[in-house]
Unconditional design. Structure first.
Length: 407
């Protein structure tokens, strides 16, 4: 049974980590533009972060699996994120920015799976779905509030102030680790020798048909999803001009509100219905959204359609670690599995922008959105080949997060 203090601490940890991560991405582009960086240089810097993140997914997951204390893994990742923010705040020199991007790329691959592992350790097998729903709710709330606060700091204080604030948010997040209990004693050690075969052997032992099917579906989902909002932003900017930023902000905030509202229900439903029905619902919302966005660019219409993104995001945010936990039941490879799925996410998202850009340049934004919707249909069909991963006994033990059976 998770104590109320630990539950609240994990809520706060998710909110503050998500708030801190909001300080990266678009805020970096704005900051570097104000520092007279060219768009080509900004693109190269951001690409480095993406490349490092993709390369780091599997090693970071294996590192977290090897650490007995997942709280310590969260702390290491959080400190690295904070240091990355401080590097941005202190200097816009080329080497400082590249170092910050590389550090942030690796740290992000570590901290997300580590928080999921802490959640599994605290909630156990029976409560994992509900706990992941709460994680997604508080992460969404943190991201939305941080976007407003950091935007105000960047506008009225300074661009560097965004990153000082980002570092402070992460420091506050790390303080919440004190409310979490220490890891349970290792009850089973047979798996430890199994993990000494090295990363290639661990990956090979992890792979099975279910994981491969799910990883492909995850990659296809992001191949369909990642470029949709940028394409819509381009179309909205052409049609609305001065209010485009407000429209795009609403397109981000509305899905976050949906995620915050739905995530706990998604977690409970996944425990009662099973994983695959909920996954099908979330994946099916994606091609419907792409089709609707292809037929209209009125600002109000676009914002309303973006609510479907909140449904997909809520399902994906809860079910990705939940299915990973199912697939690694009885092993010490939960975080390695999360790394593999994270690699599929990154590959799909990277390919999405390239494919959508080529189609949009040749045929226009509407046809590009239709192509992305078609890819989303492929993802839905792919899920039909995924067997249900939930065991019939919801309280069955699982060791994937920390090497001992969850209680």
């Amino acid at each position: 049974m998770v104590s109320a203090r630990s539950a609240r601490g994990l809520d706060a940890l998710n909110a503050l980590v998500a708030s801190s991560q909001t300080g990266f991405g678009a805020f970096i582009a704005v900051y570097l533009t104000a520092q007279a960086w060219t768009q080509a240089d900004i693109g190269q810097a951001l690409s480095l972060g993406t490349i490092v993140a993709m390369i780091s997914q599997l090693p970071a997951g294996a590192l977290v699996d090897a650490m007995r204390s997942k709280r310590l893994a969260v702390a290491f990742g959080g400190i690295a994120v904070a240091l990355s923010a401080l590097l941005f705040a202190a200097s816009s020199a080329w080497l400082a920015v590249l170092g910050a991007e590389a550090l942030h790329g690796f740290a992000s691959c570590m901290i997300g799976p580590a928080i999921a592992a802490v959640s599994l350790e605290l909630a156990g097998r029976a409560g994992l779905g509900v706990r992941l729903g709460r994680n997604a709710r508080f992460s969404s709330i943190g991201s939305a509030l941080a976007a407003v606060a950091l935007g105000a700091i960047g506008t009225y204080v300074s661009g560097a102030g965004v990153f000082w604030a980002t570092a402070v948010l992460m420091a506050l997040g790390l303080l919440t680790l004190r409310s979490l209990p220490p890891p349970a004693p290792e009850l089973h050690t047979a798996h430890i020798a199994e993990e000494t075969r090295g990363l290639p052997g661990a990956i090979w032992a992890l792979l099975d048909r279910r994981l491969l099917v799910f990883a492909v579906c995850v990659g296809v989902f992001h191949l369909s999803n990642a470029a949709m909002l940028p394409l819509v932003a381009n179309e909205v900017t052409r049609s609305t001009g001065a209010i485009a930023n407000l429209v795009i902000a609403a397109c981000v905030v509305v899905p976050q509100a949906i995620v915050a509202a739905l995530s706990p229900l998604v977690g409970r439903t996944a425990e009662s219905w099973g994983r695959r029905p909920v996954l099908l619902l979330g994946f099916a919302a994606l091609p419907v959204r792409g089709l609707l966005l292809a037929i209209g660019a009125d600002p109000t219409y676009v914002v309303l359609v973006q609510a479907l993104d909140g449904i997909s995001a809520a399902v994906f945010g809860v079910l990705l670690p939940l299915v990973a936990a199912d697939l690694t039941r009885g092993t010490r490879r939960f975080n390695l599995c999360m790394g593999l799925l994270g690699l599929a996410v990154g590959a799909g998202a990277t390919l999405s922008t390239a494919v959508a850009g080529l189609v949009a340049d040749r045929f226009g934004n509407g046809p590009a959105l239709l192509v992305l919707a078609g890819v989303g249909v492929v993802g839905v069909l792919g899920l039909l080949a995924l067997p249900e991963t939930r065991k019939s006994r919801p309280d069955a033990p699982i060791a994937g997060a920390f090497g001992a059976d969850a209680r």
